[in-house]
Ligand binder design. Structure first.
Ligand code: SF4
Length: 334
């Protein structure tokens, strides 16, 4: 995640807006991060924090009519994806080098096509006729077995599979071209709790076996602790804290929003009557507050927070944007 010259992915100052009915929704507001080959980064935050918009920007699959990337760059293997022609994105990057695992397996699969055909389709599209029919068949069988599904099930339609198996098929489609980066957008949210752990363990095992880098989008800090090397916490379209898993979980110089996220988690070692959710709601992205975007909900708010947007303060691999830890910033008028 830390900036290195040869990082696989470098996102710099990315800003994305949606325009609808004369309103501008500021979904992503100048985020920067990088990711090395084989690393896993957890992108964490509440619904509406801008996590999925960030993922869709990297895949260049934002809705054409409403979304605009107004600033920044997304450098992948040394190329700015925002300048790559759509044809190259379609044939050489999306699905081949970068794969996206969606939240809901049912909407990601074609209900009237056998699952084996759906895996083969991804392979044929990207191999441009280089593989024979037998090789494609063998690769489909192998990928299904990798994700723990018997190859005989390739003749099934999605509705004949359980939720967990459907998500395994979605993961098989994502992996079949052996991408170097997987973006997994809440990959287990639609699954039963008992299946979630199995699917996550499988993704992690495959990722390690294939050496794939991953961006894991989630609101679940437990999953992040289990699967990620680094963590970026997002709030109102900004990254407000970032570091290694150890940095974030140590609690040292923690952003009050991150503290709030941890406070909302049940702790099996402590006896508590109730959890402590963060008061208030995420701000309206058409009317973001001045200064620190978290100030209307922050239990430690100071006067400066309402006017001045905090810059990052760095401490080794850890960075945090909060006036509690220094970091001057830009004065904003309310
Ligand atoms: Fe709270 Fe101020 Fe820090 Fe924002 S900058 S998180 S309002 S203390």
């Amino acid at each position: 995640m830390n900036t290195t010259e040869n990082a696989l992915l470098k996102v710099k100052d990315l800003e994305v807006v949606y325009r609808a009915r004369r309103e501008t929704v500021r979904a992503v507001n100048g985020i920067s991060f990088s990711l090395n080959r084989g690393e896993t980064l957890g992108l964490v935050g509440e619904t509406g924090a801008g996590k999925t918009t960030t993922a869709y920007s990297m895949m260049r699959v934002l809705p054409d009519r409403t979304a605009r990337i107004i600033k920044g760059s997304i450098e992948f293997e040394g190329k700015n994806l925002l300048e790559v022609p759509e044809n190259t994105m379609r044939h050489a990057i999306r699905g081949e080098k970068i794969a996206l695992i969606f939240q809901d397996p049912m909407s990601a699969l074609n209900p009237i096509m056998k699952v084996g055909e759906q895996i083969a389709e991804a392979l044929k599209f990207h191999n441009k006729g280089e593989l024979t029919a037998e090789q494609i068949e063998a690769q489909v069988d192998h990928t299904l077995e990798l994700v723990g599904i018997q190859k005989e099930r390739k003749f099934d339609f999605p509705h004949q599979l359980s939720g967990g198996m459907k998500q395994r098929v979605v993961i098989a489609i994502a992996l079949v071209c052996e991408p170097v980066l997987i973006i997994a957008d809440e990959p287990t949210t639609a699954l039963d709790v008992t299946i979630q752990a199995q699917v996550l363990a499988m993704i992690d095992e495959l990722r390690e076996k294939l050496g794939t880098a991953m961006i894991l989008i989630t609101h679940d800090l437990g999953i992040v602790a289990q699967m990620c090397d680094n963590v970026a916490i997002m709030y109102a379209g900004e990254i407000i804290e970032m570091g290694s898993v150890e940095d974030i979980y140590s609690g040292k110089n923690q952003h009050p929003y991150t503290t709030g996220l941890f406070g909302s988690l049940p702790d099996l070692d402590k006896k508590t009557d109730r959890l402590h959710p963060i008061d208030g709601l995420m701000p309206d992205p058409t009317e973001l507050p001045p200064g620190c975007k978290f100030h209307p909900r922050c239990p430690r708010v100071m006067d400066i927070c309402k006017r001045v947007q905090p810059d990052f303060t760095f401490d080794g691999t850890h960075k945090v944007a909060c006036h509690l830890y220094g970091g001057a910033g830009k004065e904003e008028r309310s």
